[in-house]
Design a binder for this molecule. Sequence first.
Ligand SMILES: [Zn+2]
Length: 402
Amino acid sequence: MITGDAAYIKKINRSLIIRHIIKEGMISRADLSKITALTRATISAQVADLLEEGLIVETQLEHNSVGRKPIMLSINRHAGYALGIDLDYGQLSFTLSDLLGQPISSISIKIDTIDYSEIFQLLMGQIKKFQTDYSDSQYGIVGIVIAIHGLVSKDEVIHYVPRLKWDEMNLKRDLESEIDIPIYLENNANVCSFAERVYLHHDTDNLLCTTLYSGIGIGMMMKDEFFRGHDGYAGEAGHMIIVPGGKPCNCGNQGCWEKYASESSIFEYLSEKRKIKNLTYDQIQVWLDEGDAEVHHLMEQLIYYLAIGLNNMINMYNPDVIVLESELLRMFPDSLSKIKRNLTSSISHYRELIISDFGKKSVVLGSCALAIKKFLEVPMLNFTFEEQNEKNESVVILTKNL
Ligand SMILES: [Zn+2]
């Protein structure tokens, strides 16, 4: 069908043009034509549409030399906003970003409930507040991505969230029946890998991100797509058995990787042993600074077991870039070189292994970026992370005990 093909080509060209405008920050029509290899006429027509839609703006540069001042195109970053939500155990974190993925406003709500309907009401209330606050922009909130710390099926149904004890919850459908904004659900390790790819690692099409917070999750970006497996559940590497007959795991097996190498394995052990209910990173930092022998030993053990699992992942996937998301690894001296010293197999191949500087905000940033990608319908985004002046608020809402 000729018309179908023409519409498809137009869509592909539009996506290519938007992608390059974002990548370059500011670009002239002539340079856009050179970079994309599209004709000047195609560029002119597409740019006219994007200007009409208010998605891009023109800026006339001051020019000292003789001749016409070049007119540059850039994204109209305040034409709309994206909302990223981290739905974690004990806390809901929201970040609203502009269309270039820069945070504008963030809010965290402490929760002490795992009840689906209570959390649903909190989510909905906060989303509606953002929707009202930013309703005077051209597009308002263009999309919402909610990061789930558990299994999300390919059709975005929550299959299982261990710490919330939720199974088969259709949060997307429930929210969309109340709120007129596209809502997407994605696994938290996946959105972390997306944040790393979009904001920092522009030069790779093969990135493996390992989050070590509440368990161990793997997010993989291969050729601009998530690696999802058959049902969408790929990346549950935390349940790879690395100690046969080892510690029992709530998945039903024994000796799972996350029982030995996740941050929660250390938090749970120290909380119980030292009888501290709400153990914090700051407390662990104090113990590390004091040279507490047991805490140092626990970190050495974590690194030993982390490297065993990483060795397996590297041999399985031959990743280009591996990113580790962990506050404890950032705090512990020389953790990266210690991990690398345990990765000595002559078979293992990777280019770069790093500990992320993003911290937990990679979840909300990755979620915002993913919502923007879906809105603009581009295959990939290249953002830079600017030091920002976002508004930050914390709200404590007490509901019933966990
Ligand atoms: Zn397990």
